[in-house]
Design a protein around this ligand. Structure first.
Ligand SMILES: NC(=O)c1ccc[n+]([C@@H]2O[C@H](COP(=O)([O-])OP(=O)(O)OC[C@H]3O[C@@H](n4cnc5c(N)ncnc54)[C@H](O)[C@@H]3O)[C@@H](O)[C@H]2O)c1
Length: 334
């Protein structure tokens, strides 16, 4: 296998790169560094480019003998997608079509695509399995579902073989401490809780305390990035060996509330975390929890590092490191 990791300078893609290197798989990263970091590309060459540059993508694949694509490159913030949908349609939809065109041109058939639980919208029944009808409620979810549709059509017509991996919430950081989550601004709840613990934020805002959940705060399914990386390795081996495309949820099946996250963060850090209770954010469902059975059966793996204390401890170790290192992009958050 010779892989190209599109978006490999980002959070989830960076962790896959470390796992690919660990598995002895040859690869390169292609990324425009819009939200990624050159510092995260430690295990392969980096080609700096945009997925909308079909010519550069095709040439990069041909020049490097690529036969497999991992596609992480996307805009990925629900709120921003509502305010500025064009960014999402241009980057995620047009960009992914450009990537598929480049793959066809270069004769590359295998692709692992980062999809999301946002394709489901707000289903009533938990946990969510893959039979649940996708009904996304924001442009981000709609763009991801459009790409899933394109993959299915390209598969039927042109023989592309794909794995569409619907992650729930990626969380935690490399257990070896080399990479982690680093967005500016950081919208995700776990790093924000830890930033509040470290005094980098005045408090953590809990948006919604009157949801119909056990403690009134929103429940999500957090899966450790190292588990996501392992699922990617298994998914690519599965589609390459079987020639069959798959669409699966990646989660744990065990939801955690925002209050449970804060409790875990206080346990792990030993810090009292200031909390501000706020109203619900429009469009946020009370609960989103995966039924991970299909992925577990097909790929023979169950998340191993996704208990809340491991997630929190690895993310905390990473936050403390990024506050101390000398790289300019890492210092930006410190
Ligand atoms: N983080 C999560 O909880 C989560 C959950 C579900 C799905 N996802 C999906 O996983 C993928 C990775 O998410 P992440 O959290 O690592 O995001 P990220 O922003 O850290 O990584 C995305 C990477 O893609 C690059 N990129 C973006 N647009 C590009 C373009 N036009 N051309 C080339 N490179 C481009 C960025 O520079 C960055 O390195 C995304 O597709 C996201 O939708 C993430």
């Amino acid at each position: 296998m010779k892989a190209i990791v599109i978006g490999g300078a980002g959070y989830v893609g960076g962790h896959l790169c470390k796992a690919l290197a660990g598995a002895g798989i040859d690869f390169l990263v292609y990324d425009n560094l819009s939200t990624g970091h050159a510092d995260f590309v430690r295990w392969s060459p980096l080609v700096q480019g945009d997925i909308n540059d079909t010519v550069l993508l095709k040439r990069t694949m041909e020049d490097n003998g690529v036969d497999t694509v991992f596609h992480f490159a996307a805009k990925a913030y629900v709120g921003e997608s509502v305010v500025d949908p064009e960014k999402y349609y241009v980057n995620n939809v047009r960009g992914s079509i450009s990537l598929l065109e480049a793959m066809r041109g270069a004769g590359v058939r295998h692709i692992v695509f980062s999809s999301t639980c946002a394709v489901y919208g707000q289903p009533d029944r938990m946990p969510i399995n893959e039979q649940t009808t996708p009904l996304p409620i924001n442009p981000y979810g709609r763009t991801k579902l459009m790409i899933e549709s394109a993959l299915a059509d390209y598969s039927a017509a042109y023989g592309i073989v794909y794995a569409a991996l619907r992650y729930f919430n990626a969380a935690g950081a490399d257990r070896g401490g080399e990479i982690g989550e680093l967005h500016d601004p950081e919208p995700h709840v776990i790093p924000r809780i830890l930033m509040a613990a470290a005094g980098q934020l005045p408090a953590i805002e809990v948006m919604g305390t009157d949801y119909p959940t056990p403690d009134g705060t929103a429940v999500r399914d957090y899966i450790h990035v190292d588990d996501l990386a392992e699922f990617h390795l298994r998914a690519v081996r599965h589609i390459r060996a079987s020639g069959e495309s798959i669409t699966v949820n990646l989660g744990t099946g065990a939801g955690k509330s925002v209050r449970e996250l804060i409790d875990a963060a206080e346990r792990v850090t030993g810090c009292k975390i200031p909390v501000i209770d706020s109203p619900r954010r429009p469009g946020d469902p009370p609960s989103l929890v995966a039924d991970p059975a299909k992925a577990e059966q097909l790929l023979g793996y169950r998340a191993q590092y996704s208990d809340v204390d491991t997630v929190m401890a690895t993310a905390w170790q990473w936050l403390q490191q990024t506050s101390a290192v000398s790289s300019p992009s890492l210092q930006a958050r410190a």
